[in-house]
Design a protein around this ligand. Structure first.
Ligand SMILES: [Zn+2]
Length: 422
């Protein structure tokens, strides 16, 4: 089934439920954050510890504030009466919904058939993919704080208008502007070799003549602590073996901080990915208050393993690192919002979202152009079919996601009161 059709069906099904007050879809391919959960509006009253399951530690503090503890909310959302007998449970495919609700959802079979037909063989066949292709070719990467991202936002606002969504508007968000300068790393010893690197989000640059220093390679933070006496004045290479994104990403997030704590001059982190074609993989990193900020970049799996072997062979390793990444003053961006206003309960809102910004070194097609376009086109499809749900359906394309969920945080801040009365 097409992803768009699936999202439409899930959204529609949720809109039918008498018990379900709102539904949140958070999609981010990069972080495998795909959540579809129901929750009651008053859950937003609580000061919830908002945290993602996939990043257990603290590589990205801003990130932790965002992901609602949805599971707890969902577990409190027990529709009644629930299934009574094992045969009834079986009949309901183990779906914890009342039989009335199951019947009601089943009554929409014709509508779901129409949606599927339109997406798989009708007017919307290939449309989301083609529109995304046009968008990506036209705008390319959309780094937060750039004029290009703002142009892409304007484009999506007019697309929402063209698709006749309701209440189309941008909501202003102040965003940081980190600039990737020239980034060069060269192995000097044991032999000359250019290393492929990418600075990590918010990294500072090196002094203009660079940092030339011996290297200490470690596989973990524990190993770094054990070898702390050898770390001072060195470039620290983290050669963590990829396990899961959530676990391994800690090295990218905290590498510079942990290296600086033991006197390291810079941090080079093995890219957080299970696969490499000598390709460094950028992402966010954080500094900590009262810890010296040092340059932080990722290197490839191949080079990390090579440096590990050099060290294991007892060879002296020296790297020269030159980076001139820097920050510019904050600027204005926007979350992009469009709706289909609900016909019966317009103040109850189902959010379907993706982020519109991207990193600078790719085209942001998968991360998260796909999510953003599915979010918008799901509503465009329902509008096209003149299907108006009971509750309001809101498509939000977040800005500033890659640099710490900036747009999402602002949205929560601005709308918390509205939600708690929803
Ligand atoms: Zn992303």
């Amino acid at each position: 089934m097409g992803h768009l059709a699936l999202v439409c069906l899930v959204v529609l099904a949720s809109l039918l439920s008498a018990e379900t007050k709102s539904l949140t879809v958070i999609e981010d391919v990069d972080k495998t954050l795909y959540e579809i959960e129901a929750r009651t509006a008053d859950d937003f009253d609580e000061e919830e510890d908002i945290r993602t399951n996939s990043i257990p530690q603290n590589p990205r503090p801003t990130y932790h504030k965002i992901k609602p503890k949805i599971h707890a909310a969902a577990s409190r959302l027990q529709p009644s009466p629930g299934p009574k007998s094992s045969s009834e449970i079986h009949q309901q495919n183990n779906c914890n919904l009342s039989s009335d609700l199951v019947k009601e959802i089943a009554s929409y079979q014709n509508i779901t058939n129409l949606i599927l037909k339109t997406v798989l063989n009708g007017t919307f066949k290939g449309r989301t993919y083609n529109d995304l292709g046009f968008f990506v070719d036209k705008f390319g990467s959309r780094l937060t704080g750039t004029a290009n991202l703002e142009d892409a936002i304007d484009f999506m606002l007019s697309k929402m208008e063209q698709d006749e969504l309701d209440n189309v508007h941008g909501e202003e968000v102040e965003v940081p502007r980190w600039v990737r300068g020239e980034e060069v790393a060269e192995l000097i010893l044991p032999r000359r070799k250019r290393l492929a690197i990418l600075g990590l989000g918010y990294t500072i640059g090196t002094p203009s003549d660079g940092i030339t220093a011996e290297v200490l390679v470690v596989r973990s933070f524990d190993e770094l602590k054990q070898k702390a006496d050898k770390a001072k004045g060195k470039i620290i290479v983290f050669n963590e073996v990829f396990t899961t994104y959530g676990e391994s990403v800690q090295y990218r997030g905290r590498g510079a901080v942990e290296a600086a704590k033991v006197g390291g001059l810079a941090s080079l982190v093995r890219s957080v990915t299970p696969f490499s074609i000598n390709s460094p993989h950028t992402g966010m990193q954080d500094y900590e208050q009262n810890v010296t900020q040092i340059p932080n970049a990722c290197i490839t799996i191949e080079d990390a393993e090579f440096l590990q072997r050099c060290q294991d062979r007892g060879w002296k390793i020296v790297i020269q690192l030159k980076m001139n990444d820097y920050m510019l003053p904050v600027s204005k961006s926007r979350n992009v919002v469009g709706e289909i206003i609900g016909r019966e309960s317009p103040s109850e809102v189902v959010v379907v979202s993706g982020h519109i910004d991207s990193w600078d070194v790719g085209s942001g097609a998968m991360d998260d152009g796909g999510g953003a376009f599915i979010s918008e086109e799901a509503l465009a499809l329902l509008k096209f079919l003149k299907l108006r749900p009971r509750r309001t359906l809101r498509s939000i394309l977040w800005t500033g996601e890659e640099l710490g969920l900036i747009g999402v945080q602002k949205y929560i801040e601005q709308h918390r009161g509205i939600w708690s009365h929803g």
